[in-house]
Design a protein around this ligand. Structure first.
Ligand code: C2E
Ligand code: MG
Ligand code: MG
Ligand code: MG
Length: 278
């Protein structure tokens, strides 16, 4: 660790260092501190069944409560966290935070909804990923159905053997797997029949301003049809308007996530708004 820091210090004083490098040096240093000082916060965003209006699950989304800057969005630190490997301890923190919350709800007698966690491809591709999830569920005495996992297409395209094994183990545990940002990757659709997946989350880019005449509508409709044929669940992400919602319901895509039903919010707020209202 100190050796590494020394190297970074050297870089810092290197005349050729650009401003951008300097900024990412500061950011990485602060991120390391954030992990030690427990500066991360989990926000939950509801996923709603469009027909019943019921909250069926939630996605856990990380925020960084920076001591000087305040709340920082993942878009501003995930890329560097990926690059520096800090995404691994961050992910570990998030999985524990989610399990802790599920246990707290259970102990309070609040009916649980599954919570979905984003997993970096770095972590997902490590051979011990599923084993780690198994140990976590055991430690917290949680059923696998309460934990869901979101991975991106590029997570699944790398090492077929490892991915197959990991997915099998997760299936055994009852942990569902969703492909996040579906439709935005460079991959072919071949993986959809190769691997045992539970569902896809259609990226917000396709949902925006959707109406029956738009190009997005044709693409989304095709994705929904394909998913249903493959017996995959379909979730639409980033649904903001009634118009978008109506179009999706018409196409029989009933699992909805987006500002229309609720923004990501602190867990206490999520609990009050969505779990305690009978
Ligand atoms: P994602 O997994 O695709 O999460 C959905 C993003 O869309 C979230 O952004 C959410 O706040 C935003 N969103 C949801 N509904 C709407 C909507 O109706 N309109 C608009 N404009 N946006 C909406 P967020 O929270 O900023 O997270 C961004 C990305 O950061 C996530 O995209 C995910 O890839 C990553 N991320 C977040 N938390 C974690 C984490 O704990 N671990 C990892 N590895 N990645 C994470
Ligand atoms: Mg996600
Ligand atoms: Mg997404
Ligand atoms: Mg994403």
């Amino acid at each position: 660790k100190s050796k590494e820091l020394g190297r970074n210090m050297y870089q810092l004083f290197d005349q050729s260092m650009s401003k951008r490098n300097y900024q990412s040096f500061i950011l990485e240093r602060d991120l390391r501190k954030a992990i030690m000082n427990d500066e991360f916060v989990a926000y939950f965003q509801p996923r709603v069944n469009a027909l019943t209006g019921k909250v069926t699950s939630a996605e856990a989304l990380i925020r960084w409560n920076h001591p000087q800057v305040g709340l920082v969005s993942p878009g501003d630190f995930i890329p560097l966290a990926e690059e520096s490997g800090l995404i691994i301890p961050m992910g570990k923190w998030m999985k524990r935070r989610v399990c802790e919350q599920l246990v707290a709800w259970r102990e309070a007698g609040i009916p649980l909804v599954p919570i979905s966690v984003n997993i970096s491809s770095q972590r997902f591709l490590q051979k011990d990923f599923a084993k780690d999830i198994r140990a976590l569920l055991e430690e917290y005495q949680l059923e696998g159905k309460y934990l869901e996992i979101e991975i991106t297409e590029n997570s699944i395209m790398k090492n077929e053997e490892t991915v197959t094994k990991t997915l099998e183990e997760l299936k055994e545990l009852g942990v569902k797997i969703y492909i996040d940002d579906f439709g935005t990757g460079y991959s072919s659709f071949n993986y959809l029949k190769t691997f045992q997946l539970d569902g896809v989350k259609i990226d917000r880019a396709f949902i925006q301003n959707i109406s029956s005449e738009s190009e997005n509508a044709s693409i989304t409709t095709a994705m929904i049809k394909m998913a249903h044929h493959l017996k995959l669940e379909v979730v639409a992400e980033g649904v903001e308007t009634k118009q978008e919602l109506d179009y999706l319901v018409e196409q029989n895509c009933l699992q909805i996530q987006g500002y229309y039903f609720g923004r990501p919010c602190p867990i206490e707020e999520f609990e009050e708004k969505y779990l305690l209202t009978v």
